[in-house]
Ligand binder design. Structure first.
Ligand code: PEP
Length: 269
């Protein structure tokens, strides 16, 4: 069974004071958060990571810290970039890689995404790899083809020593989280139906079976795209939906903890 999780992706939002206010509100509603067996992750802008990390050191809040992007090298002449080691140093355990906003607005290629996955894993970070089709690809019936391509490109290892057993596809098999995020559903208020999401998640899981066998059942596969406290239950009731990556609705602590509460209850019913 995968460890289910909820990821708040703040994108380019919040000052330090706003971030601390959000954390204090989450702290007050701690009883609504799962005690164990669940992960709650906060993906904050780089400028907030240090303050959040300090806050969490003295708080009872069980929130894992994530960055929203990373460079693939450990250090060097890369003006404006942040390395995996720097993220570890500031207390991050996770990093979002391949978000469609970065693929589409910052021209991130499959090769770059693979390099970032490798760099992050080498430093001990757990990548949250985002995959998903555009509206056009969906209309043309290419959803699964596109996702399989993104998975293959991002996770295929070019190191013959690593990866799966002989004969199967070589894959980077360290720990990772997959977020299925249809591009057309991000920030639009539109979503696929829960059975449609389940079908894609099941196919994502089968993608990993040849290389990972039964261990494929342990990969957390999250859904992302206009998730709110109103629609979370429908998604979480599906067996292969292990949590959610939440953008807009995570900016309010109240809607985020309500969503976690409803999501957890829907899952354990
Ligand atoms: C996201 O940031 O990945 C996302 C899913 O955003 P939203 O929840 O706002 O659609």
């Amino acid at each position: 069974m995968p460890t289910p999780c909820f990821v708040a992706n703040w994108k380019m939002n919040k000052t330090i004071a706003e971030a601390i206010a959000w954390l204090r509100e989450m702290e007050k509603h701690q009883p609504l958060l799962p005690e164990r067996g669940w992960e709650v992750i906060l993906a904050a802008p780089f400028t907030l990571l240090c303050s959040i990390s300090e806050f969490l050191k003295t708080s009872s809040l069980k929130i894992g810290l994530a960055a929203q992007n990373v460079h693939f090298e450990e250090k060097g002449a890369y003006t404006g970039e942040i390395s995996p080691l720097m993220l570890r140093d500031v207390g991050c355990r996770y990093v979002i890689i391949g978000h469609s906003e970065r693929r589409l607005q910052f021209w991130e290629t499959d090769l770059l995404i693979r390099q970032k996955i490798k760099g992050a894993q080498k430093a001990g970070l757990i990548p949250i790899l985002c995959v998903g089709e555009t509206r056009r690809e969906r209309k043309e019936g290419k959803t699964i083809r596109v996702i399989n391509h993104q998975l293959k490109k991002a996770l295929r290892s070019d190191d013959p020593q690593s990866g799966a057993t002989a004969g199967s596809r070589k894959m980077i098999l360290d720990r990772f989280i997959i977020a299925y995020e249809p591009v057309w559903a991000i920030g639009t208020g539109e979503t696929p139906t829960p059975p449609e999401v389940e079908s894609v998640h099941r196919q994502i899981r089968s993608f990993f079976k040849p290389a990972m066998g039964e261990a494929a059942s342990d990969i957390p596969i999250l859904y992302g795209g206009s998730v709110t406290e109103k629609n979370i239950e429908g998604f979480m009731k599906e067996p292969d939906v292990d949590g959610a990556l939440v953008g807009g609705a995570s900016l309010s602590a109240e809607s985020f903890y309500k969503m976690i509460d409803r999501g957890v209850k829907a899952k354990i019913k």
